[in-house]
Design a protein around this ligand. Structure first.
Ligand code: AMP
Length: 213
């Protein structure tokens, strides 16, 4: 199964991707996670990406295309994969087509998780992550037992720089301007499936698996 998960920031695509990994035993490839790891390590890639990510802008196409091309060659992608957060522009989608052509592979479905901007803003500004173990929380929907402290490991919780309100607004604008056309690109190939992203995580997952089947 070769899937692309698309959705605005806060649509829950990362969560759905993790559930799909368990169901189909295929790896999730998140360009956002790979870039955040590079920022944490302070690698040359991380240094280049950090200021763009903090502003909510996209990292240049050739950078993420290079990351994806390398990642798709790894043996764990042989049985399929879930692309989470890639492609984010039509140029990236075209580059992905070329990469997959060379590998004799094709995308099975693009799953487009839709959530309106008001709900996204509410979800994203409340998001917190443990500095120590990475567990995610939400101050309204999934708060820790003790404010700002992780239930699992007592680590401090923090807010991602790009989850601050102004940055979220730019990320949503970037999404509507640059990523929404990617959905049209796959609609023309008859590969795009729209999923209503409102409701409980399990309900959304039922819609996701229903769309795949
Ligand atoms: P995400 O975790 O997917 O929301 O990504 C966080 C940030 O990483 C984005 O706001 C971009 O700055 C950068 N990023 C992730 N994936 C891509 C991509 N495919 N193209 C360009 N920038 C990306």
């Amino acid at each position: 199964m070769k899937l692309i998960l698309v959705g605005p920031p806060g649509s829950g695509k990362g969560t759905q991707a993790k559930m799909l990994i368990d169901k189909y035993s295929i790896p999730q490839i998140s360009t956002g996670d790979i870039l955040r790891e590079a920022v944490k390590e302070g690698s040359p890639l991380g240094k280049k990406a950090k200021s763009l990510m903090d502003k909510g802008s996209l990292v240049p196409d050739e950078v993420v295309v290079g990351i994806i091309e390398e990642r798709l060659k790894k043996p764990d992608c042989k049985g399929g994969f879930i692309l989470d957060g890639f492609p984010r522009t039509v140029a990236q989608a075209e580059a992905l087509d070329k990469i997959l052509d060379k590998m004799n592979l094709e995308i099975d479905h693009l799953l487009n998780i839709e959530v309106d901007d008001g709900e996204l803003l509410k979800r994203l500004t409340g998001r917190r992550t443990c500095k120590n173990c990475g567990r995610g929380y939400h101050i309204i929907f999934d708060p820790p037992a003790k404010e700002n402290v992780c239930n699992e490991c007592n680590g401090d919780l923090y807010q991602r720089d790009d989850d601050k309100e102004d940055t979220i607004k730019s990320r949503l604008k970037v999404y509507h301007d640059q990523t929404a056309p990617v959905v049209d690109f796959y609609k023309k190939k008859n590969l795009s499936r729209t999923i209503d992203g409102l409701g409980k995580i399990d309900e959304v997952f039922t819609r996701v698996t229903g769309a795949i089947n």
